[in-house]
Design a protein around this ligand. Sequence first.
Ligand code: NAD
Length: 279
Amino acid sequence: MSGRVEGKVAFITGAARGQGRSHAVRLAQEGADIIAVDVCAAISSNTQIPAATPDDLAQTADLVNGLNRRIVTAEVDVRDFDGLKAAVDNGVEQLGGLDIVVAYAGIGNGGETLDKTSEDDWRDMIDVNLSGVWKTVKAAVPHLLSGNRGGSVILTSSVGGLKPYAHTGHYIAAKHGVIGLMRTFAVELGQHFIRVNAVCPTNVNTPLFMNDGTMKLFRPDLENPGPDDLAVAAQFMHVLPIGWVDPIDVSNAVLFLASDESRYITGLPVTVDAGSMLK
Ligand SMILES: NC(=O)c1ccc[n+]([C@@H]2O[C@H](COP(=O)([O-])OP(=O)(O)OC[C@H]3O[C@@H](n4cnc5c(N)ncnc54)[C@H](O)[C@@H]3O)[C@@H](O)[C@H]2O)c1
């Protein structure tokens, strides 16, 4: 039986770990070859999220190779358009085309109210989580067009791209901006059968969410909160009685959007949110 994205090539940023790695593996399981990019280094000093490493990206490559799919990796910062272009150009040359773009690299930093957010935190956030998404798609579009076989572009937003939360206004602004990017790219590229959608997850069990900073933000009443304490508070965000989803839950939505099963779906923010938007 052929896979749901058999014979396609996917360009994924933020692929060293977390959701990006999970998307690479899920798409490879269904027959795609992968161009995997990650900075593999810290971006912001004001964060409690440990940085991904070159070993993490190598592990992603091992997982994809273990599925008998091809993968081309590159250590690139999504703030660097020329680096992104070189990585995707090289990947396309080696793998023979491009069908899917998953612009997934992102950071968390700060944790202040907007009036106390530093200019450094604001700049890093907008440069990576908003401008980095634009640059990723900009680097990929020429290949989607020259392939002349349509394509699917999936951007990472968040439920924070659809509604606000306090203490993370720069993240909220970037993720709302990603929805605007998604809608505009969808309008501009639709005539070429290139579809553009965004995934909007709630909390996901990755280092970006599961870290000391988040635990203290959710449980300021406790001195040393742990995951169980976090779960109690995080559950209040959702209709379904869970505190977070797993990367695979988002990867299954990405796979659907990447595949021809969603061939007439474009311009949509797809929530994977345990009902968070109902609250
Ligand atoms: N974890 C959550 O709760 C959650 C919820 C909604 C949306 N998101 C979004 O999902 C995306 C992925 O996050 P994750 O949960 O997998 O976190 P993660 O920290 O596990 O993975 C993020 C990856 O992006 C990479 N990255 C960061 N900045 C980069 C840059 N400038 N250039 C290239 N690579 C870079 C990191 O090195 C890391 O490997 C982010 O955009 C995040 O905002 C996360």
